[in-house]
Design a protein around this ligand. Structure first.
Ligand SMILES: [Zn+2]
Length: 149
């Protein structure tokens, strides 16, 4: 392959996460650009509720508020969204999912999202409901605690 270092334009990464870094969502050691980065860039739409959930977690991790708003159901989407720059999302655990597949119109995904900020850390645990809107998966709402949990 010919070297084109003089003519290749320098391109800024589209997101703060380096494209070759492991994806924040932690899926199978995927690189960000092959995993949630594809959805953030709009190249493809998340085919399942779980992948949408993972991509939303990653959007929190890389600070992509535009993607978070785009993937939020219009009924529950906030008018604007401001992320706390001191808060780092360090790890995601997907605990389970119901429906949410390519042929479903709704589904739920339960997860734990670990965060840290200077001086403290914590875990957000949520069972989220996702529904399709205009064919694409969107985040609808957090469900109340599962009975028996
Ligand atoms: Zn990912």
């Amino acid at each position: 392959m010919a070297r084109r270092s003089k003519t290749t334009p320098r391109r800024a990464p589209s997101a703060p996460a380096a494209a070759d870094s492991p994806c924040p969502c932690g899926r199978d050691g995927s690189r960000y650009r092959d995993c949630c980065g594809v959805f953030h860039a709009g190249t493809a739409a998340a085919p399942t509720a779980e992948l949408l959930m993972r991509s939303r977690y990653s959007a929190f991790a890389v600070g992509d508020t535009g993607y978070l708003l785009r993937s939020w159901h219009s009924r529950t989407r906030p008018a604007e969204l401001e992320l706390d720059p001191a808060q780092r999302w360090v790890r995601l655990e997907v605990l389970g999912a119901t429906e949410g597949g390519p042929f479903h119109v709704g589904g739920t995904v339960a997860f734990r999202a670990h965060w840290s900020e200077p001086g403290r850390s914590g875990v957000l645990e949520e069972n989220s409901r996702f529904v399709r809107e205009g064919g694409a998966w969107t985040y609808l709402e957090a469900l109340p605690d599962t009975p028996g949990a």
